[in-house]
Design a protein around this ligand. Structure first.
Ligand SMILES: Cc1ncc(COP(=O)(O)O)c(C=O)c1O
Length: 452
């Protein structure tokens, strides 16, 4: 059964013959700007496994980039979507109310750790849309035009989120970007400025934020500060909790809303239903959560949750959209969250994260190319360097590790400002045997990359 199988490559070459044919057809009709470096054409997916059209079996540690925390084709989610499909696919929430939307909003309001007691939620289709909507809501509530985002941030590829996203390779050739988006430095403690003692770091990064008030836009013009609780694309960097607390204080002192972009970190990935639950445990909360990815096990859906008074500030007609809160997606999300709670996937995320971290730390001891290992729960990054002392990034070695893994049936993805981090985002339903097999393939790939 694919769900419990181990990775196995059976073709002489990758991609195999059938996959090669389909990839050629892709190249003919799909823009190459939608990049794909992997030799995989999926035939079916179960749990943490993909079988390709040639019968090769891959262990997937990318999980659709954080979409498949509950795994491919979870049977109960499939049934829930089928049952909804038998009734109706679409309702358009501006025209007909469907109960799935309301039930999912109720559920999210009950579990999302945003500030306030009475909460409201609404839906969009993608992470970028959720982030844009969170900012729209914050602007409506505060009546302020500007926001602050961070170095290394990724918030999407729509026109507004291209301005929010740090890496400008994602906006190349796309013309003038939106105004009123200012950037401060994210606390990337592994790469603090040279010679800076660790106890000076917090002040340094907070000054980078308050410098925005001095040099870019006055504090009373800032509607929101947008934080990824654990930066994804930027290199799997957890936001230090003492920094989050200081940012929260800064927001409170200046009437600014704190938005948690939980698009990648939500839904058990970090060992909690939401990563900002770690903030809550430390006594602080975001005002708005934007989330997506694993919410509906792969059916497109995203969500925005905040307290009622913030949500009610948006003028009628300014939010919503044709497909937002699609009934199939809401059915999938309701079942997904139910299973995550019932099967304790947050706890499983911690168990998996512990095993991966232990193995990565052992590799850090052994190999000079492993510079840093960091993460929360089952969201872990390993950063590769040319030398532990200089910390010079090793993007070529990182690319070789990714290719070597794929050749041996393990899919992993890079990240990081310097393209030298590999992310661990395996479905949380991965079996212990699969995890052990994946770790062996991964370590072998690192050794091969070092030798090459
Ligand atoms: C933290 C974060 N925000 C926003 C996005 C954008 O999501 P989408 O690609 O669904 O628009 C992503 C996607 O990777 C993300 O990781």
């Amino acid at each position: 059964m694919l769900r419990t199988d181990l990775p196995k490559i059976i073709t002489d070459t990758l991609p195999g013959p059938k996959a090669t044919e389909i990839i050629k057809r892709r190249e003919n009709v799909v823009p190459s700007a939608i990049r794909c470096g992997y030799p995989v054409v999926i035939d079916r997916g179960e749990g943490a496994m993909i079988e390709d059209v040639d019968g090769n079996k891959f262990l997937d540690w990318i999980g659709g980039v954080g979409v498949l925390n509950i795994g491919f084709s979870q049977p109960e989610v499939v049934e829930a979507v089928k049952a909804q499909a038998d009734k109706y696919f679409h309702g358009m929430f501006n025209v007909v109310t469907h109960e799935g939307y309301v039930s999912l909003a109720e559920k999210l309001c009950s579990i999302a750790p945003v500030k306030g007691t009475e909460k409201k939620a609404y839906f969009a289709n993608s992470g970028a849309e959720a982030d844009e909507n969170a900012v729209k809501i914050a602007k409506s509530f505060t009546k302020r035009p500007n926001i602050i985002v961070f170095s290394g941030a990724f918030h999407g590829r729509t026109h507004y989120t291209m301005a929010m996203t740090s890496k400008k390779a994602y906006a190349k050739g796309m013309g003038e970007l939106a105004n009123g988006v200012f950037r401060a430095q994210f606390p990337y403690y592994y790469r603090n400025p040279e010679g800076m003692p660790q106890d000076a770091a917090l002040d340094y990064y907070m000054k980078s934020l308050t410098d925005v008030f001095e040099q870019c836009a006055a504090a009373d013009t800032i509607a929101a500060i947008v934080v990824e609780p654990l930066q994804g694309e930027g290199g799997f960097i957890p936001a230090p909790i003492e920094w989050v607390k200081a940012v929260r204080r800064l927001c409170d002192d200046n009437g600014i809303l704190l938005i948690a972009d939980e698009v990648q970190s939500g839904f058990c990935r970090t060992g909690r239903m939401f990563a900002s639950m770690y903030w809550e445990e430390a006594g602080v909360q975001p005002d708005i959560i934007a989330t997506a990815k694993s919410i509906a096990a792969g059916v497109p859906l995203s969500a925005i949750v905040a307290r009622k008074e913030i949500m009610e500030a948006a003028a009628p007609g300014t939010i919503g959209g044709t497909f937002c809160g699609n009934p199939l997606a809401c059915a999938a999300a309701l079942k997904t969250i139910e299973i995550m709670e019932r099967d304790h996937l947050a706890e499983r995320s911690c168990e998996i994260g512990k095993k991966v971290t232990e193995r990565y730390l052992a590799m850090k001891e052994k190999y000079n190319c492993v510079g840093d290992v960091r993460g929360l729960g089952g969201m872990i990054g390993i950063e590769f360097v040319k030398d532990k002392e200089t910390k010079e990034p090793a993007p070529e070695l990182t690319a070789t590790v990714i290719n070597e893994c794929a050749k041996n049936g393990l899919l992993v993805e890079g990240a990081g400002v310097y393209n030298n981090v590999i992310r661990f985002l395996a479905p949380l339903v991965i079996t212990d045997e699969q995890l052990a097999a994946g770790l062996d393939i991964f370590e072998k790939a690192v050794v091969t990359a070092m030798e090459g």
